[in-house]
Design a protein. Structure first.
Length: 300
């Protein structure tokens, strides 16, 4: 354990280990991705996709290794036992920091299939990692303001079609579709602007989950509702690298797939949209109460 070192030095060491781990695995990932691009045959894809997943899991295992070496974090976790690495899952989580992604990968990789995130289009241009996400078929989505969508409603249909194509790829091999229903990281300012009725959450968006269920509802073994709490406050990425995340609490609850909503027409049926939104609001009310309880515990 290197956590006795001064925080800035620890952050530099963790950053170096992350970079080395990434630069080792990503070129190998891209080699197989180029093969998949040049030889777009379904039979070959069914062979290459699992290879790409194993490389990604090895990268995540490397990240977990340097995290154990540099971090002194108390992990208070419940609900991750008995999951199936060969089943499909829809994973839904609250979102406070980029650190959420490392927490989820550290806890869930090889317990369930590789998490596939919906990413902002701009992240495609992140050096090295943008290529890795592209190689793993992470879907890149364009974000539009409500004003833009009102002027150009056809953009909604374009985004839905991009989501549908991504989910059709996910259906080929066991995959965990990851969704942050708030759509962005929580901050008190965003909460105030939204006039969110929740104490610790932004308003949830149901559209992404609705489309994933429409395309893959018969595949999903369960919905994993994940709640992440940082009792000392949500760290930014540099604070995390410097070892300042002293405690994280994670609760994973398995929810049944709502069969009555799987084949319903969310895009065109107002009653279906209302039912989806009510279902999400019920989940969010329970999550908000759970966060309140977890924050009230001893911070360590």
């Amino acid at each position: 354990m290197l956590n006795f070192l001064p925080a800035p030095l620890l952050g530099l060491i963790a950053s170096l280990l992350l970079a080395l781990n990434t630069l080792f695995w990503v070129p190998l990932l891209l080699f197989f991705a180029v093969l998949k691009l040049l030889l777009p045959f379904k039979a070959l894809r069914l062979y290459l996709d699992p290879v790409l997943v194993r490389i990604a899991e090895a990268w995540i295992a490397g990240n977990s290794g340097w995290m154990r070496l540099t971090q002194k974090t108390r992990w208070d976790v419940e609900g991750i036992d008995g999951l199936n690495p060969r089943g499909w899952y829809l994973v839904n989580c609250n979102h406070q920091s980029w650190v959420d992604i490392l927490v989820l990968q550290h806890l869930l990789t090889r317990r369930i299939p590789l998490l596939k995130f919906f990413l902002k289009q701009q992240l495609l241009w992140v050096p090295v990692m943008g290529l890795a996400w592209w190689a793993l078929d992470f879907p890149f989505m364009r974000r539009h303001s409500e004003e833009t969508l009102k002027k150009h409603p056809e953009l909604r249909a374009r985004d839905r079609e991009a989501t549908r194509r991504a989910c059709e790829k996910f259906a080929l091999i066991p995959t965990s579709v990851m969704n942050f229903s708030e759509g962005t990281r929580f901050t008190p300012l965003k909460q105030q602007r939204q006039q969110s009725p929740y104490r610790h959450l932004l308003r949830p968006k149901a559209g992404g989950i609705a489309l994933a269920l429409n395309v893959m509802g018969d595949k999903f073994r369960a919905i994993l509702d994940v709640t992440i709490v940082y009792p000392g406050g949500a760290p930014n990425f540099w604070e995390f690298l410097c070892g300042r995340m002293r405690c994280v609490r994670v609760r994973v609850q398995r929810l049944p797939v709502p069969k009555h909503l799987v084949s319903a027409d969310y895009a065109n049926d107002a009653a279906v949209r209302a039912a989806f939104q009510q279902w999400m609001q019920d989940i969010w009310q329970n999550k908000d109460a759970q966060i309140e309880t977890l924050l009230a515990g001893r911070p360590y």
